[in-house]
Ligand binder design. Structure first.
Ligand code: AMP
Length: 191
């Protein structure tokens, strides 16, 4: 199996690149942000509870997102692999993911981390806000908070994968196709 963690701050291009990678390598896309937004659209209890955190740019509790990912992995038995987008966002989530995948005998292959400068992130997110309709993209202070939360709570996840020799930094500035080629080169070297 090819199990990839696509990592990077909000606005790094994870969703855009995940769509291209999963098409090329036939992987299942697991985006916790997308799953939470679809729960919210269906007005489930989980979605309505998560909204309180999402609207402020805070993280939804670990137990909620870990449970969500576990059930998605279980319901996709037989998949060629997964691309994890926006997960894990804390070291506790990364540990839980390792345990889940260990049970299946299919560990994380690599973490691909998109590296983008802060001003470029804010520019991209404000641009995206015009099309995405996402409440958390509309306000510069919520965007700034998401980047702060990323730096404080999520950035340490890099060290978790570095310690396993699985971290790969990818230059995330430039055209979508150029970045995609860099990602494919890194994947093909590990496959
Ligand atoms: P995203 O679409 O990945 O930018 O996620 C949007 C929002 O959903 C985040 O700002 C968090 O509030 C929540 N969220 C998504 N993934 C996670 C996660 N792995 N852990 C905690 N909260 C998450």
């Amino acid at each position: 199996m090819l199990n990839i963690v696509l990592f990077g701050p909000p606005g790094a291009g994870k969703g855009t690149q995940a769509a291209k990678i999963l098409e090329k390598y036939q992987l299942i896309h697991l985006s916790t942000g997308d799953i939470l937004r679809s729960e919210l659209a269906s007005q489930t209890t989980l979605g309505l509870e998560a909204k309180k955190y999402m609207d402020k740019g805070e993280l939804v509790p670990d137990s909620v997102v870990i449970g969500m990912i576990e059930s998605k992995i279980d319901s996709n038995a037989g998949a060629k692999g997964f691309i994890f987008d926006g997960f894990p966002r804390t070291t506790a989530q990364a540990k839980a993911l390792d345990e889940m995948l260990e049970e299946k005998g299919a560990p994380i292959t690599m973490m691909l981390a998109l590296e983008v400068e802060k001003e470029e992130l804010i520019k991209r997110l404000l641009l995206r806000s015009k099309e995405s309709g996402r409440a958390d993209d509309q306000d510069r202070s919520i965007i700034e908070n998401r980047i702060k939360v990323y730096n404080n709570e999520t950035a340490p996840v890099q060290g978790f994968y570095e310690a396993q020799g699985k971290y790969e930094g990818i230059q995330g500035m430039g055209s979508i196709d150029d970045i995609f080629h860099r990602l494919c080169n890194a994947i093909d070297l590990k496959k």
